[in-house]
Unconditional design. Sequence first.
Length: 381
Amino acid sequence: MDEVLLRRLTPSVLTVLVRRGADFAAAEDAVQDALVEALRVWEGDPPRDAKGWLVTVAWRKFLDATRADVSRRRREGRVEEEPTPGPAPATDDTLQLYFLCAHPSLTPASAVALTLRAVGGLTTRQIAGAYLVPEATMAQRISRAKHTVSGVRLDRPGDVATVLRVLYLVFNEGYSGDVDLAAEAIRLTRQLADAVDHPEAAGLLALMLLHHARRAARTASDGSLVPLAEQDRGRWDTVLITEGIGILRTALARDRLGEFQAQAAIAALHADAPAAEETDWVQIVEWYDELARLTDSPVVRLNRAVAVGEADGPRAGLAALATLDASLPRYSAVAAYLHERDGDRATAARLYAEAAHKASNLAERDHLTRQAARLNAHRGH
């Protein structure tokens, strides 16, 4: 049984049902039932036209469910009769499904969950495991999202920028449970970049590839975080780096700069440096200036302060940091790093401990705690 094929076909089959008149929630249920049926019968006798088989079975299951539901009998006259089995349409409307799952009426968490279910073809159990929540909780979230978009038609152009933000949220979840969300986000973004003529789709794909290339070097054997400057660059995936930089160059050549392209350019400069001390920090600061102009994000300005500290010295970095709100996430960690670079170990140790207390995940908290302990031990000696 080719489960990869089933997952690839899921969004296009779902879109066929929606275009025939099924509401999203009922169509998605019917497609899931068809997938279960495929797992049962394909093992010994796989169909010649897999998509056509899934469309036929899913549509039949939708009609059966509609006829069995008394409250929906009035709608029965508005849906097509069961089609004769045969080849499915060659068109792929997956892009419209991306737009539907990233509908502005959904919360970011719901949009991510629905995208993984409807476009990614993941099961509710897999999505729940990836987000470390009970399956019943995730099922409720997906059910609410499906019903929210059930009345939305697939006849209007969607917002690519919204879809890209949803995919970036998926990517940043990384890996947990038995689903590699970073790899899944890359797969879906490749699909989107192939479907739309949009430099930011390419920019996001390049950014994902460049970050993913460093994944193996980000943690030590004991699970602790390894900062970028200390990573073994021999463990970086040069194939992904080469691909990411190539995609980025093509996108930048179109002269339609967006935030994902700018972030990818920063990641490319890190990836291109043979050693941490050879990083072109001056050019990274320039890209952060572009990114700040595009987004006006305080988080971007926080990261820019680090780059300024590397390019022009820690006191310049602290001066840039002083213009920002101290309540920003990671502010204390950045201040600690810059104070340590400036030789003020006592202040740095205090700020590392403060940052550890505020950290949002265990790995980051452990890393910052170790930094504080290291500096305190040095002062003791």
